[in-house]
Design a protein. Structure first.
Ligand code: C2E
Ligand code: MG
Ligand code: MG
Ligand code: MG
Length: 280
């Protein structure tokens, strides 16, 4: 009996591995065509100034509606794009499209916003990246000071990459560098002064229970104080409740982003979303 069950387990194990591999292979080939087929789009999630309640910017979030696979979330297709190297053309498209959209949005709303774009490690390392940024700004007309590139701690921890020079060159353009998911990763605090950084985005795992009896609250307090002492702006991600907002506001957190205000919405819905967020 036990033996049979054991064999079964082994078979199931192989089965699910195989399914996963097949899934990856077919996602990879579908993703290869997704860009050309126009299956990728961008949503924009508002970021709100906690002192004024104004929407000050947006994070561009990639979306994929695959003819073959249906809606595939970025948590599934970004890793596939990274492993296959497709993240480089995909990330280039995201950057160009987001800059273009943001100029349109600004025209429609009659005021400037900042635009946050996520960047993968492989993009930072790819040779044409700086030129792509320059091109995206130039062809869209977006001001460099409005663009924020979100990178993760892992990029900074990998010393082989000589990433300081790249980030400095980007910053010399006037573009801002944001550490996304701050506190979730390797967290060597030394890099905060070693690299040219403008902003920390507190990972939503720290934000989740704020306002109640939250053992992690002192960490959030410390991140905010430390960031300000270093001259950095702080934004909290994953804010879902008024309690969290109240807490963050009391602690002088600069900005917040999360479902409490709005999920990501299409460029068409941005105008309505801003009105709704600012009159609530
Ligand atoms: P991220 O950069 O940390 O983006 C925030 C994620 O949290 C988004 O998920 C967003 O929809 C979600 N979120 C926002 N507010 C809330 C909230 O209040 N509660 C909760 N539970 N979640 C919230 P999404 O769009 O599924 O993106 C997942 C990740 O995929 C992003 O995490 C980012 O790392 C990556 N990603 C998305 N677009 C791109 C892209 O264009 N390029 C690259 N390289 N990565 C991207
Ligand atoms: Mg992000
Ligand atoms: Mg994040
Ligand atoms: Mg996060």
């Amino acid at each position: 009996q036990a033996k049979a069950a054991g064999r079964n387990n082994v078979r199931w194990f192989h089965r699910s591995m195989l399914d996963e591999t097949n899934d990856r292979v077919s996602l990879t080939s579908a993703l290869r065509q997704a860009l050309a087929a126009g299956e990728l789009s961008l949503d924009y999630q508002p970021q709100v100034d906690l002192a004024t309640g104004e929407v000050t910017g947006f994070e561009a979030l990639a979306r994929w509606h695959s003819a073959e696979h249906g809606a595939v979330g970025p948590d599934r297709f970004i890793p596939v794009a990274e492993d296959s190297g497709m993240i480089v053309p995909l990330g280039g498209w995201v950057l160009r499209q987001a800059c273009r959209d943001m100029v349109e949005i600004q025209r429609a709303l009659g005021r400037p916003f900042h635009l946050a774009v996520n960047v993968s490690p492989r993009q930072v390392h790819s040779s044409g990246w700086l030129d792509e940024i320059v091109d995206a700004l130039k062809s869209s007309g977006l001001d460099a000071s409005q663009l924020e590139l979100e990178i993760t701690e892992g990029i900074l921890m990998d010393e082989r990459w000589g990433v300081t020079g790249i980030l400095q060159a980007i910053r010399d353009l006037g573009v801002k560098i944001v550490i996304d998911d701050f506190g979730r990763g390797y967290s060597s605090l030394a890099y905060l002064t070693r690299f040219p950084i403008d902003k920390l985005k507190i990972d939503r795992s720290f934000v989740h229970d704020l306002g109640g009896e939250d053992p992690q609250a002192p960490i959030v307090d410390a991140i905010i104080v430390m960031a300000h002492a270093l001259g950095l702006t702080v934004v909290a991600e994953g804010v879902e409740s008024p309690r969290q907002i109240t807490y963050l506001r009391q602690r002088d957190c600069d900005e917040a982003q999360g479902y409490y205000f709005s999920p990501g919405v299409s460029a068409d819905e941005v105008l309505r979303t801003v009105r709704r967020v600012e009159t609530r």
